[in-house]
Design a protein around this ligand. Structure first.
Ligand SMILES: [Zn+2]
Length: 135
């Protein structure tokens, strides 16, 4: 069985790296996606970060999803005969644990979003409005 503190430590590191990256996030540099991201909507719901722009949130979700997947793989290496229902339940539990772990840092996450993400979104919206209105 995996030691849960290891996942928590890795999640804490992923959140810290994301928070350190957010000041450099630029909505104008975001790549255009052709389809809906398969990972972010459900994670955004689970993390209660549905108001965060996709480009900013996607980096965190990619890291969290990767860590959960890695831990599922490690568990399967230790218990190779788990059935698919057990694997799905294991993944679901790890994901909920990951969301709860990230949730403990919610106040810091919201402060960082208010400080760096919201101003950039407002700046971009103002620039677009100026272009549309010709002011
Ligand atoms: Zn995404």
């Amino acid at each position: 069985m995996l030691r849960p503190y290891r996942l928590e430590r890795e999640l804490d590191r992923a959140v810290a790296q994301w928070l350190a990256w957010l000041p450099r996030w630029d909505p104008a540099a975001a790549r255009r996606r052709d389809g809906l991201c398969p990972a972010c909507p459900s994670w955004a719901d689970e993390l209660d970060l549905t108001d965060v722009p996709h480009g900013a949130l996607h980096a965190l979700v990619t890291a969290l999803d990767g860590l959960v997947t890695e831990h599922v793989r490690r568990s399967l290496a230790l218990q190779p005969f788990l059935g698919q229902d057990d694997v799905d339940g294991l993944r679901s539990r790890l994901r909920s644990d990951a969301a709860a772990c990230v949730g403990r840092q919610r106040s810091q996450i919201l402060r960082t979003i208010d400080a760096y993400v919201e101003p950039r979104v407002q700046e971009l919206a103002d620039r677009l409005l100026q272009e549309l209105c010709g002011e």
